[in-house]
Design a protein around this ligand. Structure first.
Ligand SMILES: CC(C)(COP(=O)(O)OP(=O)(O)OC[C@H]1O[C@@H](n2cnc3c(N)ncnc32)[C@H](O)[C@@H]1OP(=O)(O)O)[C@@H](O)C(=O)NCCC(=O)NCCS
Length: 172
């Protein structure tokens, strides 16, 4: 935990999430911000860097033109970056689609294996939820892989609330 304390601006990881988009800090360039973890809502992400991150957790590759389109059309895109000096590294990502009024669905939650188990995923999710709540979205859903159900449960997500079942249709 000490490692993250030194990288976040405070001892509380989600507090770092209050940071404005990354550009501001790069432009600012002050030394005390040299080694940090930042969240960004900027959606101009290097797709190859994102693909590397997804490769690192063993996700199947998706056509980049479709990933680009999905990002462009998402309601919220959050990336998590490690900044060491002038070097930036994409270490986490998530996005949400929404009807802009009632509902949002969170997709593609990922933290690089080098950074897992350190509270990063939790901080990323809390940041997502906070941003969606700030847009007055009250119904936040997601699709959890079986091995991460408890990760989301810890964050307050329920499976089958009041018996409601997620249902899927796939082409044959
Ligand atoms: C799932 C993932 C985002 C979690 O990120 P992380 O940074 O490792 O998680 P954190 O360190 O923030 O863990 C937060 C809490 O969840 C728990 N947790 C983490 N991964 C978990 C898992 N797979 N199952 C159950 N609990 C888990 C942690 O023990 C921790 O508990 P605590 O608050 O009581 O200490 C990350 O492991 C990941 O990117 N996995 C590969 C991609 C993936 O499967 N994404 C989800 C697709 S639905």
């Amino acid at each position: 935990m000490g490692f993250w304390k030194s990288l976040f601006s405070g001892s509380d990881a989600p507090a770092a999430a209050k940071a404005a988009p990354l550009e501001r800090y790069v432009a600012d360039g002050s030394d005390d911000r040299a080694n940090r973890i930042f969240f960004s809502t900027e959606r101009e992400i290097d797709l190859y860097e994102l693909e590397e991150l997804c490769d690192a957790v063993g996700w199947s590759r998706r056509p980049l033109r479709k990933v680009k389109k999905a990002i462009q059309h998402s309601f919220l895109v959050v990336s998590m970056w490690e900044q060491r000096g002038v070097q930036r590294r994409l270490i986490g990502f998530s996005r949400a689609t929404s009807d802009h009024a009632f509902n949002a669905t969170i997709w593609d939650v990922v933290v690089h294996p080098d950074f897992q188990g350190k509270g990063m995923g939790k901080a990323l999710m809390k940041f997502m939820i906070k941003k969606l709540r700030s847009e007055d979205i009250s119904n936040i859903t997601l699709f959890a892989d079986p091995h991460v159900v408890n990760f989301y449960r810890n964050l307050g997500f329920m499976s089958d609330p009041e018996g409601i079942k997620g249902m899927f249709w796939y082409p044959d």
